[in-house]
Structures are given as structure tokens and as C-alpha cells.
Design a protein around this ligand. Structure first.
Ligand code: 5GP
Length: 194
């Protein structure tokens, strides 16, 4: 199974890994980038989570069952993978990322902290960007306001978010998600400048 031909010096930091606490708005930011910056190639993750209303197979995620996810892991098809919020599996399909980099595209992975650490171990030359909320209170407000999780799930995600907030120092750059358009423009201009 071929490993990524190391992301060599000819394409430094073309791969950008965006992580940040739950509910900070990574999904909204990625959607904004998908709609407004077609020059950015966005990785589509595989997940065992059920689709939310409006989510489309192949655009937001590849929705797979547990055996299929296990097979992808077994066959080394995932660049990184993690169990997020205690139960669902998420992972980045390796082949499309390698292809985007071969084609010299600007590639963006929007993943959780555990995944970002795994990518750092295999592709340290990527640019690691932490998306931060304007404040902790604002993060809580966004998580409650989203209304997509029940209370137990919300509490679990808040616990995760606390740990994730403490990891900011591990990242190369922080972008504050105060406004999705502004944050997207900052991220894309950062990508262009690398
Ligand atoms: P959600 O279920 O709300 O779409 O995403 C939950 C969390 O999973 C988010 O923090 C998101 O960044 C993370 N996530 C999405 N795709 C991946 C992936 O491919 N790998 C990892 N490690 N995390 C992911």
C-alpha cells in the first residue's frame, strides 16, 4: 500500500489541517469555503454517524457502516481516524488527499484534534490551523443554540471542547471565528500565502 510520497519541498504546506473545539463552526466555515472558494479542495471524511437533515452523501461526508469503516482502516485507506465524542468513527480517506496534492491543489482537512495530531505525525510539513471561538461563553451558546444534540450528548461535547481548547498551542496559527466570511477569507489568504 503506497504511503503518501512525502509532501515534499516542492509543495510545502499546501495541505492545511483545520481543527478546533466542537461547535466552533468548522462545518459552517468549510461549507462557506466550498461555496465561495472553488480553488480550495476539501477532503470529504468517512463517518459512521447518521446523516443530519440536509447532509448529502459524498459532499458533507461519506456515510458508511461500522464494518465498512473497519475495512477502510484495515486496508490502510485512511490518513487518520478517530472516535469523536465517544462513539462515532470519523476518518480522512487517504487517496483523494494524495491526488489533490499531486495535482498541486490547496487541500483542506477539517478534522478533530486527535486526527490533527495523527496528521502531524505523518505530514508535519502541513499547516495546522486552530479555529477558536471569540470566547468560551460564545462556544457554549453556539453548542446549545444548534439544537442538534440532546443534553447528554451536549454535555459530552462540552467536556471534549474544554480539552480541545487547551490544545491551541500545538497549532501553527489561530483564527478566531467571529464571522464566517471574515474567518474564511483569513484562512484562504493564509493558504494562498503558503
Ligand atoms: P460532526 O458530527 O458534528 O459533523 O463532527 C464531529 C467532529 O468530527 C468535528 O469536530 C469534526 O471536525 C470531526 N471530524 C469530521 N471529520 C473528521 C475526520 O475525517 N477525522 C477526524 N479525526 N475528525 C473528523
Amino acid at each position: 500500500m503506497s504511503r503518501p510520497a512525502s509532501v515534499g519541498e516542492d509543495r510545502p504546506r499546501r495541505l492545511v489541517v483545520l481543527a478546533g473545539p466542537t461547535a466552533v463552526g468548522k462545518g459552517t466555515l468549510s461549507a462557506y469555503i466550498r461555496d465561495n472558494f472553488p480553488e480550495v479542495w476539501l477532503s470529504v471524511s468517512a463517518t459512521t454517524r447518521r446523516p443530519r437533515p440536509g447532509e448529502v452523501e459524498g459532499i458533507h461526508y461519506h456515510f458508511v457502516d461500522e464494518p465498512e469503516f473497519a475495512r477502510m482502516e484495515q486496508d490502510d485507506e485512511l490518513l487518520e481516524s478517530a472516535v469523536v465524542h465517544g462513539h462515532n468513527h470519523y476518518g480522512t480517506p487517504r487517496g483523494p488527499v494524495e491526488q489533490a496534492l499531486r495535482e498541486h491543489q490547496m487541500a483542506l482537512l477539517e478534522i478533530d484534534l486527535q486526527g490533527a495530531r495523527q496528521v502531524r505525525a505523518t505530514m508535519p510539513e502541513a499547516l495546522f490551523v486552530f479555529l477558536a471561538p471569540p470566547s468560551w461563553d460564545e462556544l457554549v451558546r453556539r453548542l446549545v443554540g444548534r439544537g442538534t444534540e440532546d443534553e447528554e450528548e451536549r454535555n459530552r461535547r462540552l467536556e471534549t471542547a474544554k480539552v480541545e481548547m487547551a490544545a491551541e498551542d500545538e497549532f501553527d496559527v489561530t483564527i478566531v471565528n467571529d464571522d464566517v466570511r471574515r474567518a474564511a477569507e483569513e484562512l484562504v489568504s493564509l493558504m494562498r500565502s503558503h
